[in-house]
Design a protein around this ligand. Sequence first.
Ligand SMILES: NC(=O)c1ccc[n+]([C@@H]2O[C@H](COP(=O)([O-])OP(=O)(O)OC[C@H]3O[C@@H](n4cnc5c(N)ncnc54)[C@H](OP(=O)(O)O)[C@@H]3O)[C@@H](O)[C@H]2O)c1
Length: 232
Amino acid sequence: MARGKSEGKVVVITGVARGLGRAMALEFASQGHRVIGCSRNKKKLSELTERLGDRHSLSVVDVTDDDAVAVWADESVEAFGAPDLLLNNAAVINRNKFLWELSASEFDEVVDINIKGVANVIRHFLPAMAKTGTGVIVNFSSGWGRSASPEVAPYCATKYAIEGLTQALALELPGGMAAIPLNPGVINTDMLRSCFGPSAADFASPKEWAKTAVPFLLDLGPQHNGQSLTVG
Ligand SMILES: NC(=O)c1ccc[n+]([C@@H]2O[C@H](COP(=O)([O-])OP(=O)(O)OC[C@H]3O[C@@H](n4cnc5c(N)ncnc54)[C@H](OP(=O)(O)O)[C@@H]3O)[C@@H](O)[C@H]2O)c1
């Protein structure tokens, strides 16, 4: 589907209900881009839809559900064309605990969302992007995808995996595309409050962060393919 420049870019964001996803959605929309987002919380998505307006499309989709992601991707591409930017932002962190104190189901949840969820989204959006030969895939990594800390071993493991998955994907993409593992920095969200406690308040708000992050994301292109980047 051909798009005029004035229509802005089509930006797919997973985990759009809260935190960085929500802040990016609002900032991309305010700059004239179209946001296609998903998260699990229907109420939060309805509130955000009201703020964004009907040019944008938010859907209740759990990224661990491969079939639901397939339907969401097909419907989005049919309605709006292939994404220009695909932001794999949705993730969870384990409760602060030593690795051996966490149950198998808590470990599985982090792996299922943070790694397999990202693969599901790529599986269903990438073919349409590859057909156009353009587009940038940004997989949200972390400082904890490049160095480790105690009590967040499952999260660290998944973010190191994101670095590897993205580097490998970068080698598979056609020339005009890019896959980039991105450390967003340290921002005061629900996730940061879970692992940092009250000292999370010392860090930037998602809204402040998005003012820097969105222009940074819009500048990414094939020249960045395979580079591990950090916002800022
Ligand atoms: N905040 C930081 O300082 C920081 C630092 C390094 C890296 N990061 C990375 O940045 C990204 C955003 O983090 P954040 O701080 O904004 O986290 P957050 O505040 O916990 O928000 C996570 C978002 O992901 C969604 N989500 C979780 N599980 C999902 C699933 N199965 N399917 C669809 N959506 C799901 C959540 O909405 P629902 O629960 O409604 O689905 C929420 O919108 C993550 O990849 C994180 O690892 C953050």
